[in-house]
Write a protein that binds this ligand. Structure first.
Ligand code: ADP
Length: 262
C-alpha cells in the first residue's frame, strides 16, 4: 500500500483529498487537524501503521505495520444535505459499510452496537467518530475505521478485553489486498450516505446487529448494567432492549459496552 496505489484505487470516487502516511500517530488526530484547516468533504487520511491509534476514551487501538486498514474520513455535513439531519446515524453508516465489505468476501459479519464489527463473535474492526463543532453547529465529523485484515494485525491476547480476529483468520486463506477492501468500504459508504435518512438504512443496520433477540447487558461507565433482550434500533440509531418486566429501554450512544449475558 502506498500513495500511488491508493490514489489509483480511489480515483473512481469523488473524494475530497488524500493524505497517506507510512507511519502516523493516529489517523483521527490528523483528520481532526485537517478538518480545522478546511479539508473538503470526503477527504481521507490513511496510514500503514498507527503508533498512537485510539479507541473510545483514549483506549489504545493496535495497528501494526503492513497488516491492517487504518483510515479516517472527514465529512462535512453542510456540504451533504442527505446527511446533515441524521448525524446520529453516522456510526451505523460506517459499521454497515465495513459489514458489507466483509459479506462481499463471503464472510458473515455482525455489528456489535455501537462501534465494533465481529466475525464469528470476535472483533475484527472498530469505529471511532469524533465531531468538530463551530459554536453549536457541526462543522465536520471524523469517522475513523480500524480493520484487521492480515493475521499480524490481531493484537496479543493480554491486550484485549474482547477476543479479536482478522479477515484473513476468518477466511482461512490469504486476504485480498487492503486497497481492494478499502474500495469496497468506500463504495458502500457513499451508497448508504446518499440514503442516510431512509428506513432502509436503519433496517440494513438492524439486520446486521449481533445478539438480536438475545439477552445482553449494557454497561455505561460505573453504573449498574442494564440487562434485557436486544430488540433492535430506534430511528436515531439508539438501541432498544426489553427488560424482565417487559418494559422497553432505550440505550443512547456514549461510552457503553455491550456483552452477551451468558
Ligand atoms: P470497545 O468498543 O470494546 O469498548 P474501543 O472501541 O474503545 O473498545 O476500542 C479499544 C479496545 O479495543 C482496546 O481497549 C482493546 O481492548 C481493543 N483493541 C485494540 N486494538 C484492536 C484491534 N486491532 N483489534 C481488535 N481489538 C482491538
Amino acid at each position: 500500500m502506498n500513495e500511488h496505489s491508493l490514489k489509483k484505487t480511489l480515483s473512481k470516487f469523488n473524494i475530497g483529498g488524500l493524505r497517506y502516511f507510512d507511519s502516523l500517530g493516529s489517523t483521527n488526530d490528523e483528520a481532526l487537524a485537517w478538518a480545522t484547516e478546511n479539508a473538503r468533504d470526503l477527504s481521507i487520511v490513511i496510514a500503514d501503521e498507527q503508533t498512537q491509534g485510539r479507541g473510545r476514551l483514549n483506549r489504545k487501538w493496535f495497528t501494526p505495520k503492513g497488516s491492517a486498514l487504518a483510515f479516517s474520513l472527514i465529512l462535512r455535513p453542510a456540504a451533504h444535505t442527505a446527511m446533515s439531519p441524521h448525524l446520529s446515524r453516522t456510526v451505523g453508516l460506517a459499521a454497515l459499510s465495513i459489514a458489507e465489505s466483509c459479506r462481499k468476501l463471503g464472510l458473515a459479519p455482525r455489528i456489535k452496537w455501537p462501534n465494533d464489527i465481529l466475525l464469528n463473535g470476535k472483533k475484527m474492526a472498530g469505529i471511532l467518530t469524533e465531531t468538530v463543532w463551530s459554536g453549536d453547529r457541526v462543522d465536520s465529523v471524523v469517522v475513523g475505521m480500524g480493520i484487521n485484515v492480515h493475521s499480524a494485525s490481531v493484537p496479543p491476547e493480554e491486550f484485549l478485553q474482547f477476543p479479536a480476529t482478522s479477515i484473513e483468520n476468518e477466511l482461512g486463506k490469504e486476504a485480498p489486498a487492503r486497497e481492494q477492501i478499502l474500495y469496497n468500504i468506500i463504495e458502500s459508504f457513499i451508497h448508504w450516505r446518499e440514503r442516510m435518512g431512509t428506513d432502509e438504512l436503519i433496517k440494513a443496520w438492524e439486520e446486521s446487529l449481533s445478539f438480536r433477540g438475545e439477552q445482553v447487558q449494557v454497561k455505561a461507565g460505573s453504573e449498574n448494567p442494564i440487562i434485557g433482550e436486544l430488540l433492535g434500533l430506534e430511528s436515531d440509531g439508539s438501541l432498544r432492549l426489553r427488560d424482565a418486566n417487559d418494559k422497553s429501554i432505550i440505550v443512547r450512544f456514549g461510552d457503553v459496552s455491550l456483552r452477551p449475558t451468558a
